[in-house]
Design a binder for this molecule. Structure first.
Ligand SMILES: O=c1nc[nH]c2c1ncn2[C@H]1C[C@H](O)[C@@H](COP(=O)(O)OP(=O)(O)OP(=O)(O)O)O1
Ligand SMILES: [Mg+2]
Length: 205
């Protein structure tokens, strides 16, 4: 029975959200920093490939099962950019603020009706570093990019991501609402199903 897993992320915003999303699970979820796991090189071409790279890396170093999240923002008017490069969008020394500024600049001439975008989240879980049957799932969350940042909650591109159904940005949403609607929350629903199925398969449910 899996009792302890490593969360293969160095992103404080993600770690916060995962601690809420895992709150009702009967397992211990430890950040990779507790095992001195360095950031893995994200050399994949898709969110799923990068999530697997990060999960395998964290599991190899920690010796524990590991879950990784690779996520990002795809803007339709930019042919899906920044996509898997979302965290690195503004180059070396990228920060959320610089990434947001670069995105606003790139969309300067694009009117509001053409600013549709989606957040994507891929989750990969491995029981050991070379697990041949990882649990993998992904989800997306649709929205629109505003012309200026609004809201203080969340992280990353949240202040620019307007959620039509709620009439506010994801940085204005109460955290329990973001944790119900977001790409990460939706991927977690799938992950829970895969997890339960795999535990049943192992005769552990
Ligand atoms: O809910 C979100 N709200 C706002 N922005 C978000 C969200 N989810 C992902 N994002 C952005 C942040 C970062 O620019 C990129 C993730 O990049 P990504 O490589 O997966 O994560 P990261 O490098 O920050 O940490 P790590 O790789 O250690 O998990 O997408
Ligand atoms: Mg990363």
């Amino acid at each position: 029975m899996v009792k302890k897993i490593v969360l293969a992320s160095g992103n404080a915003g993600k770690l916060r959200e995962f601690s809420q999303l895992f709150a009702s699970w009967l397992i211990q979820v430890l950040p990779q920093s507790e095992f001195e796991v360095s950031d893995a090189e994200e050399t994949g071409l898709s969110f799923i490939e990068n999530a697997l790279i990060k999960a395998r890396h964290a599991s190899r170093i920690s010796g524990l099962p590991a879950l990784a999240d690779d996520s990002g923002l795809a803007v339709d008017a930019l042919n899906g950019a920044p996509g898997i490069y979302s965290a690195r969008y503004s180059g070396a020394g990228a920060t959320d603020a610089l990434n947001n500024a670069k995105l606003l600049q790139a969309l300067k001439a694009v009117e509001s009706t053409r600013r549709s975008a989606s957040f994507h989240c891929a989750l990969a879980f491995v029981r050991q570093w070379d697990d041949p049957v990882p649990l993998v799932c992904s989800a997306k969350w649709s929205g629109r990019i505003l012309s200026q940042p609004t809201g203080e909650q969340g992280f990353g591109y949240d202040p620019l991501f307007f959620v039509e159904s709620e009439g506010m940005t994801s940085a204005e949403l109460p955290r329990e609402v973001k944790n119900r609607l977001s790409h990460r929350a939706q991927a977690m629903v799938q992950f829970e199903l895969l997890w339960k199925e795999s535990m049943q398969g192992a005769g552990l449910a």
